[in-house]
Design a protein around this ligand. Structure first.
Ligand code: ADP
Ligand code: MG
Length: 247
């Protein structure tokens, strides 16, 4: 099978300005003294995902999972190293990513579908299925800022699966939905898998990880700590996390 995702020696660093000026005058006078902190979000990450493979990414908060996903769908550029993604990607980033709060659900659906490569007619054809899957029939003409986080995630997920991507990138989204919708999403993800799609899945829900993926990457402080069969990696992760908590 061909590769769907190839990541080689990937580093991503962010620069955070530390100094907060008290006034504009202060800022101008101290311009050269602004100190930056380098945050290393990803350190030398390498892996490959084959077409049709399903891979989970786990790790504690701040370990770099979202940064990795955002780099795969080109929201971020690598600081060093390379990322190759083959085929059409449907990103489901963290909440709100890609939505404009003042536009309606329907308007946002058109924009997001256009960004993902559908023209207006194709979007129009798929819109009823998107709205139905998202269970937003009564709200699709309301501005997205009036949506709950669960409604935003339902719309994002419905669009992502309806554009029929080669690769599904999913970041933590299941966590905000109610149980009924989580099950619906998991079934939809499994349906995508059966049709040979590649799934890249960030989650804190180890049951969902076990259900959806055969392989898991464990990110620890921006680096790959384990990359192996989901059963083994999840078991070790849970053991180490429990040990650290009891320390
Ligand atoms: N846009 C950003 N600017 C500065 N630092 C960031 C940014 N995004 C993430 N970080 C930092 O990078 C690290 C990894 O974050 P993230 O990828 O969100 O982790 P996770 O999704 O695993 O919780 C954290 O230390 C976080 O504070
Ligand atoms: Mg995250």
């Amino acid at each position: 099978m061909a590769d769907a995702i190839v990541v080689e020696g990937l580093w991503k660093t962010f620069r955070l300005a530390h100094y907060r000026p008290k006034s504009i005058k202060h800022a101008v006078l101290n311009f050269r003294r602004i100190r930056y902190e380098e945050i290393v979000a990803l350190r030398d990450v390498s892996f490959r995902v084959r077409q049709g493979e399903s891979v989970a990414v786990i790790g504690r908060n701040g370990s770099g999972k979202s940064t990795l996903l955002a780099t795969l769908c080109r929201v971020y550029r690598p600081t060093r190293g390379s990322v190759r993604v083959e085929g059409r990607v449907a990103p489901m980033l963290e909440l709100g990513g890609g939505f404009h709060p003042d536009l309606t659900g329907e308007e946002n659906a058109y924009i997001l579908c256009a960004m993902l490569g559908l023209d207006a007619r194709a979007t129009e054809e798929r819109l009823p299925d998107i709205v139905k899957f998202a269970e937003l029939e009564e709200f699709i003409d309301a501005p997205v800022r009036t949506y709950s986080s669960g409604m935003v995630m339902r719309l994002g997920f419905a669009i992502a699966v309806q554009i029929d991507p080669d690769i599904l990138l999913i970041d933590e989204v299941l966590a905000v939905g109610d149980e009924h919708f989580q099950h619906k999403c998991l079934r939809k993800i499994q349906e995508c898998q059966q049709r040979g799609k590649t799934v890249f899945f960030v989650s804190h829900d180890m049951n969902a990880v076990r259900r959806v993926t055969e392989r898991t990457l464990w990110l620890d402080n921006g680096a790959v700590r384990r990359d192996g069969p989901t059963g083994e990696v999840v078991e070790e992760y849970l053991r180490v996390t429990a040990e650290e908590e009891s320390e």
